[in-house]
Design a protein around this ligand. Structure first.
Ligand SMILES: NC(=O)c1ccc[n+]([C@@H]2O[C@H](COP(=O)([O-])OP(=O)(O)OC[C@H]3O[C@@H](n4cnc5c(N)ncnc54)[C@H](OP(=O)(O)O)[C@@H]3O)[C@@H](O)[C@H]2O)c1
Length: 284
């Protein structure tokens, strides 16, 4: 591995492997000439950069581990920097950790933009951050926080990611939405509505980048119950362990899927939810 070191040939080769559309590449692995590089982030072991927002616990944490094993150089981001540092140390290598509060949309966008410069570009952005509380009292503070985090914060990071991918002509945006996106909820109206926003927004972005063909992908991940701090309430079923959910999400990323249910059997629930008539659903 070359990490901010190695000779010039190694550095150029590594850069060409990472950015095969950039520079003057004669053959992957051969000595090549490139016009620019960022030696701090060169590695011959990994060639893809990923940002995972919401990686301090749960699905994002496990996904960072899986993506690291599958060859991504990861930057893990969230508010709890101490937990991110623990993950960073566990992953080792060139893993980065960044404190980021998605509720400060402007600040979060700046952190992402600075990271893009520092890493010399991103190939994958996963937005796994989110809040969700059951809110039978319809407390406005709970509703407002959910909308701020899952709608405004999510859209802000997605905006930075898509503009970056369009500028570089390639990339992959992944949003962790939910099966909850499909219908409203009397016990958590803001949560389900925020997930509907996420799924709809991701569909709009996918339509927007379709002119890039397969070079830019947008994936909407819709988990059912996953065994994390987020999974609240009684009567849970088909609860997927977080590491298994992460592994299925990583498979969907590699397959560049548009929409994926996690675990797969939740497709059946999705199908049922879509077909329950409004009058029946209201009484549930
Ligand atoms: N678990 C489930 O059953 C389930 C089902 C469907 C969908 N989902 C979705 O999956 C995603 C991940 O949730 P999880 O189950 O892994 O729950 P989790 O363990 O509670 O993880 C939530 C993550 O979001 C981050 N986050 C929350 N607010 C943030 C903010 N203001 N700025 C930056 N990061 C923030 C948290 O980090 P910090 O607190 O450190 O900031 C944490 O890393 C969520 O979008 C959730 O809606 C979960």
């Amino acid at each position: 591995m070359v990490h901010g070191g190695g000779n010039a040939i190694e550095r150029r080769t590594a850069y060409a492997e990472r950015w095969p559309r950039r520079g003057n590449v004669s053959a992957i692995g051969a000595a090549v000439t490139v016009t620019s590089n960022n030696p701090r982030w060169i590695s011959v072991e990994t060639n893809r950069n990923a940002l995972i927002v919401g990686a301090s616990s749960g699905i994002g944490w496990e996904l960072a581990r899986v993506l690291h094993v599958r060859g991504y150089r990861c930057c893990v981001a969230a508010r709890r920097l101490g937990r991110l540092r623990t993950l960073q140390q566990a992953l080792g290598g060139q893993t980065l950790a960044r404190e980021l509060d998605i509720n400060d949309a402007g600040g979060a966008m700046q952190v992402c933009e600075a990271l893009i410069d520092e890493m010399g570009g991103l190939d994958l952005v996963v937005i796994a951050s989110g809040v969700g509380d059951i809110n039978p009292a319809l407390s406005w503070s709970t509703e407002a926080l959910c909308i701020q985090t899952n709608v405004t914060g999510f859209a802000a990071v997605a905006n930075v990611a898509i503009r970056h991918f369009e500028n570089s002509g390639r990339g992959h945006l992944v949003g962790i939405s939910s099966i909850a996106a499909l219908r409203g909820s009397k016990s958590a109206p803001a949560y389900n509505a925020s997930k509907a926003f996420m799924s709809n927004y991701l569909e709009g972005l996918r339509q927007r980048v379709s002119r890039f063909g397969d070079a830019i992908a947008v994936t909407d991940v819709r988990p059912g119950f996953v065994d994390t701090a987020m999974a609240k309430g009684e009567n849970q079923f088909w609860v997927t362990p977080a590491d298994r959910a992460a592994s299925q999400i990583a498979d969907a990323i590699e397959a560049r899927r548009a929409v994926v249910y996690v675990s797969r059997r939740w497709r059946l629930i999705a199908w049922l939810l879509k077909f329950v008539p409004e009058a029946t659903y209201r009484r549930l």
